[in-house]
Design a protein around this ligand. Structure first.
Ligand code: ATP
Ligand code: MG
Length: 158
């Protein structure tokens, strides 16, 4: 069953926003983007990335979630103006327990992104990061649209 990603994103933003003071802006040019994507998995991906954006940014800095779609895929961009990540650290971010050297006393276990990467892989998607220290970070998640749900459930044994 396809879900409406516009409504879905707004809902996830509301859930995430309850926990913090950062304003999360939602951008999308198309009003109705529907896709067959596992809701639980997508929620997990977005909440993890939004929570990181909040955690690694000053309290008052805005965070953007942008949704873009084309014929075969949907693209989610999570953009922050936080502490940023060095090119060296960017190469290890998706490894379990890896944390960058500039986290200071911001708490974390280094597992969030490793799990997000697994979720994206199970969906046959891609995740990429662009970042500059002291400027900010953008994570881009690209997921194919379509009936990937069956395959996903089989692989996750649910
Ligand atoms: P948790 O397991 O609770 O999510 P975590 O946030 O430390 O802990 P990950 O989400 O896996 O772990 O992120 C790994 C590391 O990548 C972080 O410790 C941090 O160094 C860096 N990182 C992730 N997202 C950002 C971001 N938006 N801005 C700056 N650094 C980030
Ligand atoms: Mg995290």
């Amino acid at each position: 069953i396809p879900i409406n990603l516009n409504e879905f994103c707004e809902q996830v933003i509301q859930e995430t926003q309850l926990l913090n003071k950062n304003i999360i802006n939602f951008f999308c040019e198309d009003k109705y983007i529907n896709a067959c994507i596992d809701e639980k998995v997508l929620r997990h991906i977005l909440i993890n990335l939004l929570t990181n954006a909040i955690k690694y940014s000053p309290k008052d800095s805005p965070i953007d979630l942008e949704l873009i779609s084309n014929e075969s895929e949907v693209i989610f961009q999570i953009k922050d103006k936080g502490i940023g990540i060095t090119p060296e650290d960017q190469q290890h971010l998706f490894e379990s327990f890896y944390r960058a050297s500039n986290v200071g006393n911001i708490p974390g276990t280094g597992l969030g992104l490793a799990i997000v990467k697994q979720c994206v892989d199970l969906h046959g998607g891609k995740i990429a990061v662009k970042s500059e220290v002291g400027v900010g970070t953008t994570f881009t998640v690209t997921l194919p649209i379509g009936n990937t749900q069956k395959k996903l459930h089989a692989q996750m044994n649910v």
